[in-house]
Design a binder for this molecule. Sequence first.
Ligand code: GLN
Length: 240
Amino acid sequence: MTEKTIRLLQLYPRDMNIYGDWGNTLTLKRRLEWHGYQVELLEHNPGDQFPPDVDLIVGGGGQDSGQDVIQADLLNQGPKLLALAKSGVPMLMICGMYQLFGKFFRTREGHTINGIGLFDIETYGGSERMIGNIVTKSNLFGDIIGYENHSGRTMLGKAAQPFGTVYRGAGNNGKDATEGAVCHNVIGTYLHGSLLPKNPAVADWLIEKATTRKFGEFTATVVDDRFASEARRIAASRPR
Ligand code: GLN
């Protein structure tokens, strides 16, 4: 058994963790173990001391009210998170956390919840929710399959790189066919589902970034992903 340990942090699991987002953390843990690593699971909730030596960070979606609850703590941790992102720590931020890794989320009522501004994006609450299965295409990963449920419409600024191009579903705003954003090794996306069980290539990309950064190399084990393939096929064939 290897001594190599990856410290995997779930951000705000108490307030930001819906539509199966916890499955992303479980998938990373299990795949890391399959690839021969040990995993230390860590959590950070508002008011906690931010843990040291974090290698991989996951954040989930939540209600507007959940975003309100974590806002102050997130802004406190902002400089640290930005520095970690800049140093190459891979992160996956879903929906509500994706929005708050951008500049801000402004609700329909005009209430602004500020973000840490890693992504050059702004999000505005709309009158209709965008709900259903979604399929996007990315140069890096091919088809990405998930489930979206958000009222926020996200606009990419000039410096933002989209995560994927939508070909079924709404994505960032239902208009420009972009979905999510990528900056350094940080992925922001609207895709719940959970995302990673159905998209093992994305999970292994995050793992490769984390292990290479820490140990200088990554040797993947061949994983039998036939259940993931079947889940992808079924989700992609279901109407919204
Ligand atoms: N409150 C945000 C929205 O509806 C985030 C929702 C979510 O995280 N699922 O746009």
